[in-house]
Ligand binder design. Structure first.
Ligand code: PMP
Length: 406
């Protein structure tokens, strides 16, 4: 098949033609949220213009069209990660997906003396729900530490997979360091010891092919807005046995078969966990995002981003006083950096005046910042729609800002 025409693909993203502060926008914050192609925007627009109705309730034509579109998107999403569609619970994003496991699976099971094992590189979304469970159950939180280059210390991991650990929850790809964790190997270690695993796939799905069954985890959470989809979309995949055993998290419409005041018969999974009217148009848009990514091919996406990352790493490393946090081999296209003598926020603010959007701050990863002994970094995160010219603009922008600040 022909190689993707990346400039034509870039032209699908209307926001990328914007000017910011009189300069062409250089959007390097895709790890925060990705931009959306016109195809996704059209899908949402078309849903509201032509098919809008609630799902699973009405027998009228629009009602069945809406249900078909919504469930069709679930089918696409499930196929994208290679799982059965009835094991995929649609959520508002990763945060909701992890909280669903925390409240529905962990809370009834854990007790004093148990532990939840996390890692030093987790996003707050994969820390705070477990702290809430720990507070309510008396379970302890344990943490796997990192190597200096920002990889998981696998010896430390093995040493901490002890019998009191009832769940290992860790990220597939770090949103700050770009580190890609060896998920299959880690899950195998946990499984050998009978320890279930939850993987935060937020930063993996947009950038590489993810085949959930080969990972061997128990739960996989992800968010739609980082993979070209609308905000307020995402999913939790869980093993069928867990979905059967888990009580509902939220109660309401859609998630029941029969309601009487004496008691309610819950719907089958995944609907048992989808109370209330969902983000129908958003999910339809996410289905189109999946089509879009598949049309390019995830291997092409990954190769493109790796090429941009290699160039960015080379260019940024050559800037005096610039330090990159996260240098593990095989990392994803995220570069966290600091420039000696410059505050991360000052750097980001001055880069913004050049039209360059990078994120500065702790990136919802306080414990990781503590590991490096810093309060914040600047983070440039790349997507396939970025260009080599933009990488050059980033490097030139940092050089210019550095001279202003020093
Ligand atoms: N985990 C990771 C690794 C993330 O990068 C993010 C988003 N920054 C989240 C979880 C939370 O995702 P959401 O806000 O979409 O629920």
């Amino acid at each position: 098949s022909p190689r993707p025409d990346w400039l034509r693909i870039r032209a699908d993203f209307p926001v990328l033609t914007r000017q910011v502060h009189g300069k062409p926008l250089v959007y390097l914050d895709s790890a925060n949220t990705s931009q959306k192609p016109q195809q996704v925007i059209n899908a949402v627009d078309e849903f509201y213009r032509e098919h809008n109705a609630n799902v699973s309730r009405a027998v009228h034509a629009l009602g069945s069209e809406a249900t078909e579109a919504y469930e069709g998107a679930r089918t696409k999403l499930a196929a994208f990660v290679n799982v059965p569609r009835d094991e995929l619970v649609l959520t508002s994003g990763t945060t909701f997906a992890i909280n669903l496991v925390a409240y529905s699976w962990a809370l009834p099971r854990l007790k004093e003396g148990d532990a939840i094992l996390l890692t030093r590189m987790e996003h707050h979304a994969n820390i705070v729900p477990w702290q809430l469970v720990a507070q309510r159950t008396g379970a302890a939180i344990k943490v796997v530490e990192l190597t200096p280059e920002g990889a998981l210390d696998l010896d430390d991991l093995r040493a901490k997979l002890t019998p009191e650990v009832k769940l290992l929850a860790f990220t597939h790809v770090s949103n700050v360091l770009g580190t890609v964790n060896p998920v299959a190997e880690i899950c195998r270690e946990a499984r050998k010891r009978g320890i279930p695993t939850l993987v935060d796939g937020s930063q993996a799905l947009p950038h590489r092919a993810v085949d959930i069954p080969t990972l061997g985890c128990d739960f996989y959470a992800f968010t739609g807005h980082k993979m070209l989809g609308p905000t307020g979309t995402g999913a939790l995949w869980a093993r069928r046995q867990h979905l059967r055993e888990m009580p509902p998290f939220l109660g309401g419409g859609e998630m029941i078969k029969e309601v009487r005041f004496e008691g309610t018969v819950f719907n089958d999974p995944p609907h048992k966990f989808e109370a209330g009217t969902p983000n129908i148009a958003g999910v339809v848009g996410l289905g189109t995002a999946v089509d879009y990514l598949q049309a390019i091919g995830m291997a092409e996406v990954e190769a493109r981003e790796q090429a941009l990352l290699a160039m960015a790493t080379e260019r940024l490393s050559a800037i005096p006083g610039l330090r990159i946090f996260g240098t593990a081999p095989g990392k994803a296209a995220v570069i966290s950096f600091l420039v000696e003598g410059a505050h991360a926020h000052d750097l980001a603010t001055l880069l913004d005046l050049e039209g360059i959007a990078v994120r500065s701050g702790h990136h919802c990863a306080h414990p990781l910042m503590a590991h490096f002994g810093i309060p914040a970094t600047c983070r440039a995160s790349l997507a396939f729609y970025n260009t080599h010219v933009e990488v050059e603009q980033l490097a030139a922008g940092i050089e210019k800002v550095r001279k202003l600040l020093l």
